[in-house]
Design a protein. Sequence first.
Length: 495
Amino acid sequence: MKLINLLESLAFYRTTRPIDHHLEIAAIEVDSRKVSPGSLFVCIKGFTVDGHDFVKEALDNGASAIIAEKEMTLPESVPVIYVSDTKRALAMLAVRFYQQPTKELQLIGITGTNGKTTITYLLETIFKANQRRTGVIGTIQMKINDQTIETNNTTPDALNLQKVFRQMSDENVDIAMMEVSSHALDQGRVFGCHFDTAIYTNLSQDHLDYHKDMDDYLRAKSLLFSQLGNHYQSDQKQFAIINEDDAASGLLKKSTAQHVITYGYRNHADIMAKNVELHIDHTSFQLDTPVGTIDIKSRLIGLFNVYNMLAAASAAICHHVSLQTIKEALESMTGVDGRFEPVVAGQDFGVIVDYAHTPDSLENVLTTIQEFANKRIAVVVGCGGDRDRSKRPLMAQIAVKYADEAIFTSDNPRTEDPDRIIEDMIQGLNPDETNYTVIVDRKKAIDYAIQKADSADIVLIAGKGHETYQQIGTEKIHFDDREIATEAIKHKGNR
């Protein structure tokens, strides 16, 4: 695309020299190492690095033009385009360069503290059963039809997001599901995305290392609903799907001009779960909707998964999927990696791995286990380093409240001292709460919990779920809770 045409996406800019009307841009890059001849390099100021400091490397690699906020002295042969906000400009340029790909498919965004990943995979299963070609962008991976791509962030940056959507459209994806984090919304990573449907799950304490308080966290979440826009199209309705049982539901309803569909279990909602029965190996409920009622018997366990299924069913109904197809898809799901995932290696006790890393999610999982546990419950749990410190004592309090024994250990300590993280966890415990053990080494903590387990006990290993690494310092080493647990079970059997 010609640079002059690409710049039409910007309302105002200033250049150091007239733009050559024949100058072609072959790619847009924000990483100077990826620049090749013909690239437009956009200088983005991040938390740890500033793209303005890497302009020389970008030029050495062949950049044809630079987008910047800060004044720079560069060779006159290379045009510098100055804008007030390069992050905002990047989104506009990317949408123009990749030709507005989200207008060529239907896009569902899911936000909230818990449940985002499970809902994306529930929706993928439902829409595939409805003979749709699907895309998924989330914490675990990206998927384009049946092709999987590894991800680093829950929501990619604006440039890579538009690039992925272009690939999805070119490969005939007609509906995509995306986890939308509060960071992504606050940082404008989803600027330029045309959402057909936005789903809200819940709000509990998380990411207060980034947001100044819970109100700011909710403000960021609400952006997804305000960004649905104010216009109405009778042939392409947009929907805000909101958990009526969550305390923030009222504010989120006010945040959107679009059609609001509520779901819930406790409070009256448009789409409801009734006659809920929770069992050790399945969950059943009546799905009551504006288009009919149907019974669901799912292998997903726990009330939190009832909410996930309600959210997915609500979106599917808005996208004209029949109740029978929804029922068959929900009942076919066996689970999602690292979400209430059982580890079975011939033992006579239960081992469950779950991503629960917030106070609310840990409480949800432990109370679910309590509903079917016949004997002792143990939980192995830690907290991530360089993250919200205020949730650490809450995690510990929940662990000792709902488990017979809590084993506090290292999670992803990053650049923090693991001992200090655990000290933060236990400082809020009462003196009479002594049903915990501290084992900093996560592998040893998992082994301890499993070696101590008797027949019919349940061991929950919380916090990392699907992750296959542990981040110590700035290094990621291979570490999979499921592998470690399996090894420990086999070792116990050999004893």
